[in-house]
Design a protein around this ligand. Structure first.
Ligand SMILES: Cc1ncc(C[n+]2csc(CCOP(=O)(O)OP(=O)(O)O)c2C)c(N)n1
Ligand SMILES: [Mg+2]
Length: 357
């Protein structure tokens, strides 16, 4: 991919918002990787606040840019689900792999991929992670161990299981963190993957992001068993339901699951109970649920507001500190949007590169 997107913008590096391996989060990450008992610290809350806010603001900006016609094709926003990827990323260690579906911008930012490169891919510019040829659903970073971005529902579950197989085959201790939705949980290949993963004790953590809807279909209209943590039972895969709106709960369960997988015990399943605030994609007015339902989730469970309240009321962090974080995040996102608006489109000769022959 083009060097422009790869380089951290100065604002991004200054604010320490991208990779959890940088700055203050290092200690938290080490603790999570070595033990299931997590000491929640002020630094960890500040880190999570910053990371979740970056995803939220990035997605809001992507929504605006889509509305302005700068982004073509489909665009699936992650707003409301931020605590899932941020908590899981804190539980991971360097080298662990991430793979997910099409609602993927949050996952990319959490792995430390740069806002500029992600936004420029959305607008189809040459500085994008796939040189502007992939768009929202086709972005990868070998450097950050992000394996996409997949538009075929459930397909990434077999691919993520394959990553775990490769880790085992090569004798590497990396864990594959494989995300999928509540809708994808009804896909056949998910269960073929579960069977192989347990049979061969592959190091994979399956993270079901249960945001209660698959396009316009509520979970209970499409699933006979709505406790998705039980979906691995007939394969002997342990599972847990987790409050996916609280990054601390995600981190604790994530650390347990990752330790299990890394220590050779095989796969582990986590059902993250979460919620998406926006429609399935930008073209979905979300008429299958009430405005009250969305409002209630925002008011009572918002993952960012929870942390903000704790920082102000329990940790007694000065409001000005949070305002400085907000300003830093806005600067990164505005910079990414400017870059993605002004960067040139790929040269026509790029039509003939990266083609599988
Ligand atoms: C194999 C396949 N079938 C159907 C679709 C159309 N489709 C795209 S997203 C989606 C819903 C998936 O919902 P879920 O897994 O809950 O993920 P969410 O969008 O909620 O993140 C469907 C049916 C598809 N992309 N691929
Ligand atoms: Mg869903």
């Amino acid at each position: 991919m083009a060097g422009t997107a790869r380089r951290a913008s100065r604002a991004e590096a200054d604010a320490g918002t991208s990779a959890p391996s940088r700055g203050k989060s290092g200690a938290a990450k080490g603790a999570a990787a070595s033990s299931a008992i997590i000491n929640h610290t002020q630094d960890q809350d500040l880190h999570a606040y910053r990371e979740m806010l970056l995803i939220r603001r990035f997605e809001e900006k992507a929504g605006q840019m889509y509305g302005m016609g700068l982004i073509g094709g489909f665009c699936h926003l992650y707003i409301g689900q931020e605590a899932v990827v941020v908590g899981m990323q804190l539980a991971q260690k360097e080298g662990d792999q991430v793979i997910t579906a099409y609602r993927d911008h949050g996952h990319m930012l959490a792995t430390g991929m740069e806002s500029r490169g992600v936004m420029a891919e959305l607008t189809g510019r040459q500085g994008g992670y796939s040189r502007g040829k992939g768009g929202s659903m086709h972005m990868f970073s070998r450097e950050k161990n992000f394996y996409g971005g997949h538009g075929i529902v459930g397909a990434q579950v077999s691919l993520g299981t394959g990553l775990a197989f490769a880790n085992r085959y090569r004798g590497e201790d990396a864990v594959s963190v494989t995300y999928f939705g509540d809708g994808a949980a009804n896909q056949g290949q998910v269960y073929e993957s579960f069977n192989m993963a347990e049979l061969w004790k592959l190091p994979v953590v399956y993270v079901i992001e249960n945001n209660r809807y698959a396009m316009g279909t509520a979970l209970n209209r499409a699933s006979a068993q709505t406790d998705l943590s039980k979906r691995g039972v007939s394969f002997n895969i342990p599972g847990e339901q987790v409050d996916g709106m609280d990054y601390r709960a995600v981190l604790e369960a994530g650390a347990r699951a990752i330790n299990w997988a890394r220590s050779g015990k095989g796969p582990y399943l986590l059902e993250m109970q979460t919620y998406r605030y926006r429609g399935h994609s930008m073209s979905d007015p979300a008429k299958y649920r009430t405005k009250d339902e969305v409002q209630r989730m925002r008011e009572e469970h918002d993952p960012i507001e929870q942390v903000k309240r704790r920082l102000l009321e329990e940790w007694k962090v000065d409001e000005s500190e949070l305002k400085a974080i907000d300003a830093g995040v806005r600067e990164i996102v505005n910079d990414a949007a400017d870059f993605a608006t002004n960067d040139p489109e790929p040269d026509p000769s790029e039509l003939w590169t990266d083609v599988l022959k």
